[in-house]
Design a protein around this ligand. Structure first.
Ligand code: GLY
Ligand code: MN
Ligand code: MN
Length: 535
């Protein structure tokens, strides 16, 4: 999570829809994924996954449902109110042996009348899992979690609604599970992580742990009043450290769960894409490319940001993409300098640069592609100069994306070029001023999530990552006014292979010359004129 924060854009309230990856990925592949997870699980443990919550939009209207990517990754299950258990070791009960259970909703004619098909337990039996049970059994025939050395979970979020007429909705399933686990009402994973470190203390790591705790107490204000941590900070020698180890052991005695390992294990699995996943990501990238090309042909200074967004998204739907993988970013001029800008509300983009960070979600897999262009089809000298710096930085970043290199090397290659370019153009004098104009990370995995999880260490074959340098010069920046209100990002989706990086989104023109040329082509949308509406 901390790592994810350094990436460019994080979205919490993503509007999305149920996808159909299950049809493309075979039951065998899902089973293999669960086997791989099982291999990584510690002895005598289990991993628990809940489906994603249904999110309310307003009153009696919900957002389109977006399934939980881990649940989808491991089982292809895309319905709400479900739980998946994956055990390290074979389990046995009166019904037989099993190493995984999926708990699902039963069929419900009323639900199906209003919201469509519910698979139900019977049909889910065919899903390829060892065992499928009714979600009611998750509560009424509970497992004894104390029998396991560890229960690996994701931290619970507070965005699950309690549906009053459903005693077995996600809220109830999680409430039951939290009780079984003794999950503290105010669970702070950082606090418990630090307790664990105190419990495992050796005389040699007192000082480094004190420095770490000192840092964390500043970041996490909730830890300032923590007696154990404060006492630990005031330790001057090893004599009383045994006492604190006992205290931390006592505070942890009821904690049999672990929120730390599972996200890491899932990252290890999900960061390497299978053949089918690569095919779906290629398709998502190609669809996104077509959106960029159609906009390049159609855009003109009278257009609104929203209309440009609409062209991208219309093209996606024409190609069968269910949705966007994140809210589309279309920002003209100064709006392009706002990293998370997705209001897309400027009514006339005028003769400005327009930054378009848009990605199709195809069968659950999302592309993440950005192009920036002058709405009138011709780069000014200043726009051209800044654009060329970003382009050169992206070329350096893509060239660095070789098997075995670290993510930080890609970032460094990009930052070095941006720094050199900004210095040459006179926007900065010192190298450490670079981050003023490029305040974000420049590479992340894509997959079922636009910011897909991974270890973020060294590149391996069959990873798919972005390389996305940018320069953003908001009005008022301490440089020549000619640079003001220019925001540029170029972002492509790169498949890592032993033969070198392959740019999956290269079909959308990237150099300023190729963009200008593409923008000279005619668009059928120019002749699509809707009648004006009455006031
Ligand atoms: N569109 C999100 C990102 O570029 O990271
Ligand atoms: Mn990105
Ligand atoms: Mn992006």
């Amino acid at each position: 999570m901390n790592k994810m924060r350094q990436f460019l854009l994080l979205y919490l309230n993503v509007v999305s829809v149920v996808t159909l990856t299950a049809q493309d990925i075979s039951k065998q592949e899902y089973r293999q994924r669960r086997e791989q997870l099982r291999k990584l699980l510690p002895d005598n443990s289990l991993a628990v996954f809940f489906s994603a919550p249904i999110k309310n939009r307003s009153n009696d209207t919900d957002y389109h449902y977006h399934p939980d990517p881990n649940m989808v990754y491991l089982s292809g299950w895309e319905e709400p109110h479900a739980v998946l258990l994956v055990f390290k070791n074979l389990q046995q009960d009166s019904e037989g042996i099993f190493s995984e259970v999926l708990y699902v909703r039963d069929r419900d004619p009323y639900e199906e009348l209003w919201n469509g098909k519910v698979m139900g337990v019977d049909r889910a039996q065919d899903w390829g899992l060892d065992r499928v049970q009714n979600r009611i059994d998750f509560i009424e025939s509970p497992l004894n979690y104390d029998a396991f050395d560890s229960v690996l979970i994701y931290e619970f979020q507070n965005d699950v609604r309690d549906r009053p007429r459903d005693n077995y909705d996600l809220y109830a399933l999680q409430k039951h599970f939290r009780t079984q686990l003794n999950y503290p009402a105010q669970f702070n994973p950082i606090r418990y992580g630090l307790y664990q470190k105190i419990r495992q203390l050796t005389p040699r790591n007192i000082k480094p742990l004190q420095s770490e705790i000192r840092r964390m107490v500043v970041i996490e204000s909730g830890l300032q009043d923590d007696d154990l941590l404060q006492e630990f900070l005031s330790l001057t020698d090893t004599s009383s450290s045994e006492e604190l180890k006992i205290q931390s052991d006592f505070l942890l005695q009821n904690i049999h769960f672990d929120v730390d390992q599972l996200p890491k294990l899932m990252g290890q699995l999900r960061e390497i894409k299978s053949k089918t996943e690569i095919r779906l990501l290629k398709k998502a990238a190609q669809i996104s490319v077509m959106g960029q090309i159609e906009v390049m042909k159609a855009i003109h200074p009278e257009m609104s940001e929203r209309e440009i967004q609409g062209i991208h998204e219309f093209v996606y739907k024409k190609y069968g993409a269910a949705d966007v993988g994140y809210p589309s970013i279309v920002g003209a001029g100064g709006n392009g300098c706002v990293l998370h800008y997705n209001h897309n509300e400027m009514e006339k983009v005028d003769n400005q640069m327009v930054l378009m960070d848009v990605g199709a979600e195809y069968k659950g897999y999302t592309a993440d592609v950005t192009r920036t262009l002058p709405a009138n089809g011709t780069f000014t000298q200043a726009q051209k100069e800044l654009y060329s710096v970003v382009f050169k930085a992206q070329e350096a970043g893509i060239a660095a994306a070789q098997v075995g290199v670290s993510f930080t090397r890609i970032t460094q290659a990009v930052y070095d070029e941006i720094t050199r370019g900004l210095q040459a153009l006179g926007l900065i004098t010192q190298a450490n001023e670079m981050s003023k104009y490029l305040p974000h990370g420049v590479a992340h995995h894509i997959g079922l999530d636009v910011h897909d999880p991974g270890e973020y260490t060294r590149l391996k074959p069959n990873m798919v990552i972005t390389v996305e340098p940018g320069i953003y010069v908001p009005e008022g920046s301490p440089c020549d006014r000619k640079w003001w209100n220019i925001g540029i990002r170029i972002e492509d989706d790169i498949l890592i292979t032993n033969e070198g990086p392959i740019n999956l989104s290269d079909g959308a023109p990237r150099t300023w010359e190729a963009i200008e040329q593409q923008m000279r082509s005619e668009s059928v949308l120019n002749s699509w004129i809707l009648p004006p509406l009455e006031d």
